[in-house]
Design a protein around this ligand. Structure first.
Ligand code: NAP
Length: 458
């Protein structure tokens, strides 16, 4: 029987890895999700066939978990996904903490390897639990999103971490007579999670969530060592590694180091100015914008946070369809950190049924930007800020952007001249080939759609 279970675990691990790989492309992401979920189903069923399982508690857990899942699936809106992911990561951390703790109670003298794994499961699980709950509270505005700092905070954190490691070491040396030490280590892990996330601004929470996701995976992997379950070790490692990769991608796309995100208190309200921006912003009306678009044969949409705020994705798709019907080639350039969560734009555009093949990445579209007739910037700001390329004094300098300023014409749709998330002024608005279409993005795009429809009917 054990051989069959091990084979099922290997098959499940392969499905996880293939599923993850498929998640890397928008066109295969849905199938990737299904492949990974099948792997999880296989792993769960195989585990249920292991010897010595008491089904009473499993049924209780299944009922409670399913009830929470059904309520969450019905009540959580797409825009609340980051909060939900934060809570799910926290649950993963809690589960690993409880597995480590319960296994110790069950078997206090299980040997050095298990005790080390228990230590990692409870500490990292504890950090993932409270860190994720705090990230949730900041994102959901249940507490102030600004960085909360106090003097010597990093020293206190280092001290607590050092204490957890020393106490953990003492615990591992003689686990059976050191239950009190394990309890203190659990408390230290929980406190560390709170203290680590407190000084991070609400806007950086998506990165914190990706990091907590990674921590919950590492804790799960440690829990796998605690109970000797191979598939949990593999799945936890995959989550740990992919969470770290996502954290790294987001930091790079924002041109910031992880240390800067974790320790700088970014978002404390200070706005940053780069070199003086020169020139005059030139507004355009929807009617004039229509005439230019009507004559265009190559159009790129660059959506950003403002499209999410305006919920303009459906009307954007409508405009794209009209442009295609008019003979233009239309593509959507998606920046990895556009919006406020990983994949934010992809989710919105998928909701509006935008075909995957129209989505392009910055590195694919930038080399041919000079051939684009019109780049329509829909509520994006930082991700199209040319000072990232041109101004070594800018805080954005070095950040990869979508070079809409190199297109023949750029339309910028936003409500005012105010800066984006980074607080950095945007010279794009003052470039000779830029026209500002002021107003709510949904209303502006809606006006363009009306122009096309009127022209078609008249
Ligand atoms: P952005 O730089 O924050 O700019 C968004 C723009 O949308 C604003 O300038 C705003 O201008 C406009 N806007 C807001 N509501 C609008 C509406 N109803 N209609 C039209 N325009 C509207 O956005 P971004 O270019 O997408 O860049 C994302 C930023 O967030 C980056 O700095 C990134 O590093 C950061 N970030 C991203 C993530 C992530 O996971 N994606 C996570 C954390 C931080 P007005 O007020 O003038 O309208």
């Amino acid at each position: 029987m054990n051989v069959v279970i091990d084979l099922a675990y290997i098959a499940a691990s392969i499905l996880f890895i293939y599923g993850l790989k498929m998640l890397g492309r928008a066109s295969t992401a849905r199938r990737g999700n299904l492949v990974s979920a099948s792997g999880m189903l296989l792993a769960v069923v195989a585990t249920l066939f292991s010897a010595g399982i008491d089904f009473t508690w499993i049924v209780v857990g299944l009922v409670i978990g399913s009830a929470i899942g059904i309520i969450a699936a019905r009540s959580v809106k797409m825009t609340q996904m980051p909060e939900m992911v934060a809570l799910l990561n926290g649950s993963g951390g809690l589960a690993s903490l409880l597995v480590g703790w319960a296994e110790y109670i069950h078997q206090p003298d299980a040997g050095a390897v298990t005790s080390i794994a228990i230590f990692f499961a409870v500490v990292i699980g504890g950090v993932a639990l409270t860190g994720s709950v705090l990230a949730y509270a900041k994102l959901a505005e249940r507490m102030p999103g600004r960085p909360i700092k106090f003097v010597g905070q990093q020293w206190v954190n280092a001290l607590l971490l050092g204490a957890a490691v020393v106490l953990g070491l003492l615990f591992v040396l003689d686990p059976s007579s050191n239950y009190a030490l394990l309890l203190i280590v659990i408390v230290l892990g929980l406190v560390l999670g709170v203290l680590a996330v407190l000084p991070i601004g609400g806007a950086d929470m998506p990165i914190v969530i990706a990091l907590m996701n990674s921590y919950s995976g590492i804790a799960a992997s440690a829990a796998g060592f605690v109970i000797g379950n191979n598939v949990l070790i593999v799945a936890g490692s995959l989550v740990g590694a992919s969470g770290l990769i996502l954290t790294n991608i987001m930091c790079k796309a924002m041109n910031r180091s992880l240390a800067n995100v974790l320790f700088s208190g970014f978002g404390s309200g200070a706005t940053t100015r780069s070199a003086a921006v020169e020139g005059e912003a030139k507004p355009i009306t929807a009617e004039d914008a229509y005439y230019v678009l009507e004559a265009a044969s190559n159009v790129i949409f660059v959506p950003g946070y403002g499209m999410a705020v305006a919920q303009a994705q459906h009307v954007v798709k409508e405009l794209a369809d009209l442009l295609v019907a008019n003979g233009a080639e239309v593509r959507y350039a998606i920046h990895p950190v556009a919006g406020r969560m990983p994949g934010h734009m992809n989710v919105l555009l998928a909701e509006a049924n935008v075909p995957y093949e129209q989505l392009v990445e910055p590195e694919d579209v930038n080399p041919t930007m000079e051939t684009v007739d019109i780049a329509v910037v829909i509520g994006a700001n930082d991700v199209v800020n040319p000072s990232a390329r041109e101004d070594p004094g800018s805080p954005l300098y070095g950040m990869p952007i979508i070079n809409v300023d190199l297109a023949r014409t750029a339309f910028v749709l936003k409500r005012s001249m105010s800066p984006g998330f980074s607080g950095v002024e945007n010279p794009l608005f003052y470039k000779p080939n830029t026209r500002m279409l002021f107003g709510d993005a949904k209303a502006s795009i809606g006006a363009l759609v009306s122009q096309f429809k009127e022209a078609a009917s008249g």
